[in-house]
Each structure stands twice: as C-alpha cells, then as structure tokens.
Design a protein around this ligand. Structure first.
Ligand SMILES: *Cc1c(COP(=O)(O)O)cnc(C)c1O
Length: 453
C-alpha cells in the first residue's frame, strides 16, 4: 500500500491540449476566454475539455478527470444531466431566440420568486450583468452614487466592481496576491472612487464606514458566503452589521451568483436567514447555459425599465434554451429534497479525509467548508479560522500549486487556484470520494516530502 501511494503517477498524455493551447494563444488573449482557466497560478497546460458527463470531464487527449469545478458552480446536478439535456433538446425544436417574450421566462420567474421569496425578477445573461444592473437599480432608487463592497469579494467584471476584487484577480502569474484598487487596468480612478471597500467579517469596520459615509451609499454588495477568495464563512456579527446598513437608507444586495440554489433552494439567503433588498443570481440558475438574474421587492424592482426609469436590456435575455436549462435544473433540485443534505455529507467527509491525509503527511492546511463548497488553504491555522481576505492571503500558493498538480496527475481536477471554492455535485458518490482521498493522500505525501526537504 505504502509503495503504491509513493509511486509517482504515470503522466497522462497532454499533446492534444498543448496543441490546442498553442493555437488558442495565437487567436485569443492568453489562449482562454476567462482568465483562471489558463492555469497561470498553478503552472502547466490547461486541459482542453472534449466532453463532460456526470462527475467527470474527458480532455482532448482522452483522459478522464474527476471534476470539482462544475463549470465554476452551475453543474450542481452533474454534467450532461438527462433532464437538462432533454429540456434543451425539447426547446430547440421551437427556435433558439425570439426577441419577444415567451412562456419559459414566465415559468422560470415564477419558480425563482417562489423559491427565493422575491416579488419580481429580471433575467440577464451572466452574473456580471446581474450585479451591474442591480447596482444601477440601487443608485436609481436611492439617488446616491457610492457603493460598498468587501475585499476579496468578486461580483463580476463591471468597472466599479473591479476594486479589491477576488477570483482570478487574486492570483497573478507567480501566484502572489494581486495589486490593490483598482484590480484591473482600464478602470478609471473616477469609477473606482465611487466604490468604498471594507473588510469582510469585520462588523466594526463596516459600522464605522457607514457612520462616516452612510448617507452617500446607494448599496452594500456582498457575497453571503465568499467563494472568490476561497471559501469564507460570515460570522453572525458580520451579518448583523450588514443588515444595519439599511438604517442608513442603503440597499443591501446579496450576490448569490455562486451560492444561489447551491447552499439551499433559497440560497445563502434562505440558509442564513438574510433579509437583503436585492439578490443577484447566475451559474446554477441557468443550468449550464448563460443566465443571470436580479430580483427583489416589487417597489424596488418596478424602478426597472420599462416599468421605471432605470434602463437595462438584453438581446438574448430570457433566451428559450437557457430558460429551459434553468427550469429543468431548478425543478430537479426542488424534486430532490434530500440533495442538499447529501451534498453537505459528501463535502464534510471530503474535508475530514483531506484533513487526515494532510496531517499524516505533515502538510499544514486549514479547511473552510459549507454545503457543497470547500477550500483547503495551505496555511497553518485551525479549521474555520480563515475569516478574511487577509487571512486567506497568507496561504502558501506554491504548496497549493504542487498539490494541485499532484491531484491533476492522479486524475482529479481541483480548482486551479488557492483562492477558489471547489464544488461538489449530486452525482459525486462513494466511488468519487474514495478516489479523491486516495489521490489526496498520495499528493500530500509528495508535497510533505518536498516541504520537508
Ligand atoms: C461568478 C460570479 C460572478 C460573475 O458571474 P459571471 O457569470 O461570471 O459574469 C459574480 N458574483 C459572484 C459571487 C460569482 O461567483
């Protein structure tokens, strides 16, 4: 057994991915259409994926990989789910885009409002559009200019939100932390200047900021559980401070693009008993097709055009194929009430197994997990003690990168950045758990030996 674990895995062929990556780099910036796919912070060639089924991806060289990314969140039912595929195939018979309203938009809006408690919802085509539109709405409703966000939270790539942002912005080429505000070139400082930044899980800092500037703040936007700095779980005190921002007349916007329909049918809002004024969705709401949405009380949402003065539109918004995929996904989640408990049990077992394996190999890690989201930070601290972006930033990203490669080489496709959550799906079962922990034990042993050397 020991010798088996210690044997380095035979490297899987990557010639096809390498060739595709070379061609991609010639015609697309960095060879990818979204930065974190490029493997910059972990090194090596990104695997080009040829197909995806259940809990597995198959890359261009024919290697099967156990997937923990789930397309960065949407695939909570697993890839190529028969009900979702069937719904898309059915919708496909009737045309792919109408530029006029259709019944599926009504059905999905009825389902989303019923599951989440908002009165009205507007569909867009990405999470970025959802947060961008919700902030314009908040400014339109309040007549104020400033917004508040938190360090390391990511809300998509709109100008004013690329300030101290998480996700791909947290990892640069050498795996170190990204620069301070703004997080991207091309964001005018005038835009960034309208975004005030506070520290996640620091209620006193938020109270102080609101005491000083609250009357100018249109909205406070937050990830109710952070996925984009790695998983950070809010403290009850921080959640209470978030709700206090309403006393300043600011709207509270829960960015549930990642957590919506993932942490419960009612998202993090339902799980944690939050009372936001607006909620943003993406990812799962489209079941793997491009959908975003934002919603809230009628009197707020009725500021949106054509009902109200806040303009927001989209040629492909409410697209019939995308609505069909979203409807099938949310319906399948609703039809399986035990799913969230199963996801949580799998993720807890995964956390326990990773902790044991790392500690046996002498590798320090600190795990945060909730529902089907998990991050194992490579730092020496008790589990659950990583609470802020600053805590997470102390991770040994080089150690993470080595461990990531050890997992990938053993057929397990972890998120290629220390500062991301992994996502478990409903089709991750005992076989997948055992295979993951076998790979993890071996990868930690390798890493432990390197760290000790
Ligand atoms: C993914 C994500 C977004 C952006 O969604 P896109 O569909 O990638 O534009 C916004 N907010 C959060 C919390 C996310 O995880």
């Amino acid at each position: 057994m020991t010798t088996e674990l210690q044997a380095a895995p035979t490297p899987a062929p990557t010639a096809h991915s390498e060739a595709l990556f070379a061609r991609a780099r010639a015609v697309t910036p960095g060879g990818v259409n979204s930065p974190v796919r490029a493997f910059r912070s972990v090194g090596g060639t990104p695997r080009f994926i040829a197909r995806a089924d259940g809990a597995y991806l198959t890359d261009a060289d024919g290697t099967r990989l156990l997937d923990y990314i789930g397309s960065w969140g949407p695939m909570i039912l697993g890839h190529n789910h028969p009900a979702v595929r069937g719904a898309i195939a059915d919708a496909l018979q009737y045309g792919t885009s109408f530029g006029a309203p259709g019944e599926r938009e009504v059905l999905l809006a009825e389902l989303v409002t019923r599951l989440t408690g908002v009165d009205r919802v507007r569909f867009v085509s990405s999470g970025t559009e959802a947060t961008m539109s919700a902030l314009r709405l908040a400014r339109g409703v309040t007549g104020r200019k400033f917004i508040v966000k938190f360090r390391g939270n990511y809300h998509g790539h709109a100008d004013g939100l690329l300030v101290e942002a998480g996700s791909g912005l947290l990892t640069n080429a050498d795996g170190a932390l990204g620069a301070a505000a703004p997080s991207s070139a091309g964001v005018p400082e005038e835009y960034a200047g309208l975004t005030l930044v506070s520290e996640y899980n620091d209620p006193a800092a938020l109270d102080a900021l609101m005491a000083a500037r609250g009357s100018e703040v249109a909205a406070v936007i937050f990830e109710p559980v952070v996925g984009n700095a790695g998983v950070l779980i809010p403290t009850p005190e921080f959640l209470a401070a978030l709700h206090r921002v309403k006393t300043h007349g600011a709207l509270l916007i829960a960015d549930e693009v990642m957590t919506g329909f993932r942490l419960s049918l009612g998202g993090a809002t339902g799980l944690l008993g939050l009372r936001p004024d607006l909620i943003c969705w993406g990812k799962i709401i489209g079941g793997g097709l491009p959908v975003g949405a934002y919603g809230g009380r009628a009197e707020v949402m009725d500021f949106v055009s054509p009902q109200g003065p806040v303009y927001q539109a989209g040629t492909l918004s409410g697209n019939p194929l995308a609505m069909a995929a979203g409807l099938a996904t949310l319906s399948a989640l609703e039809a399986d009430p035990d799913l969230y408990a199963r996801l949580g049990a799998y993720t807890t077992a995964l956390a326990d197994g990773l902790r044991d394996a790392a500690s046996a190999a002498g590798v320090p890690i600190s795990i945060n997990h909730i529902g089907s989201m998990l991050t194992a930070f490579h730092l020496d601290a008790p589990d659950g003690s990583v609470r802020t972006y600053t805590d997470a930033a102390a991770s040994d990203t080089k150690a993470f990168a080595r461990w990531f490669q050890g997992m990938l080489g053993r057929g397990v496709y972890w998120a290629p950045s220390q500062f991301e959550s992994i996502f478990v799906s409903g089709v991750h079962g005992d076989a997948e758990l055992n295979a993951t922990l076998d790979a993890a034990r071996a990868a930690y042993v390798d890493l432990g030996r390197e760290l000790g050397a």
